[in-house]
Design a protein around this ligand. Structure first.
Ligand code: GRF
Length: 187
């Protein structure tokens, strides 16, 4: 059985984390979530993770460069879910082509620095796009620039608010992340 680590950010809601955990439990993935790492107890995902029976480690950002590679040792894949910052290079070196991130748009469109959360959906609506979606991609040293592993699309409806679009995209994120993990694990 493969072992997955999930990194969440300070504001992390943890819905992708739970979607990955569900996919492990219902057999879509031959894997288990071994550890969830958050930068602070205050991250909402910490509460949901514990409720779901997942192991949580709190590692504040300044300590992550040194502590993350140790905490993640032996895992098969590392998933960023609402991590929202560049990952320390120590982790990228320890997990070449094994770190995934999810982005709420169809990369390479609407990616890069500053393109996160509702900013992405605001930009998609403002640009008059007729479709959007989500992308799970490999993580490298640049924001949102690693190879795309899996994308799922949604329609942008006339009159959609960024919030409407965010909700429609999030449903697809929860399907795309387990699919991408399966592709990366090769099982
Ligand atoms: C998702 O929209 C994801 O695309 C982005 O951050 C959000 C995390 O949501 N990277 P959640 O914490 O998984 O609910």
């Amino acid at each position: 059985m493969h072992r997955i680590g999930i990194l969440v950010g300070k504001q992390g809601r943890g819905s992708n984390m739970l979607a990955i955990h569900r996919a492990c439990q219902d057999g879509r993935l031959d894997a288990r979530v071994d550890i969830v790492v958050a930068p602070s107890e205050a991250a909402p995902a910490v509460h949901s993770a514990r409720e779901a029976g997942l192991d949580v480690r709190i590692i504040p950002y300044p300590e992550q460069e040194v502590e993350l590679p140790k905490a993640l040792q032996g895992l098969d894949v590392v998933c960023l879910a609402g991590y929202m910052r560049l990952l320390p290079e120590t982790v990228l070196r320890a997990f070449p082509n094994r770190v995934l991130n999810i982005h709420p748009a169809l990369l390479p469109k609407f990616g890069g620095k500053g393109m996160y959360g509702m900013h992405v959906h605001e930009a998609v609506v403002a640009a008059g796009e007729t479709e959007s979606g989500c992308s799970v991609h490999l993580v490298n040293e640049q924001y949102d620039e690693g190879a795309v592993v899996c994308q799922r699309k949604v329609q942008v409806h006339p009159g959609d608010t960024p919030q409407d679009l965010a909700a429609r995209v999030l449903e697809q994120e929860h399907l795309a992340y387990p699919e991408a993990i399966r592709l990366v694990l090769g099982s």
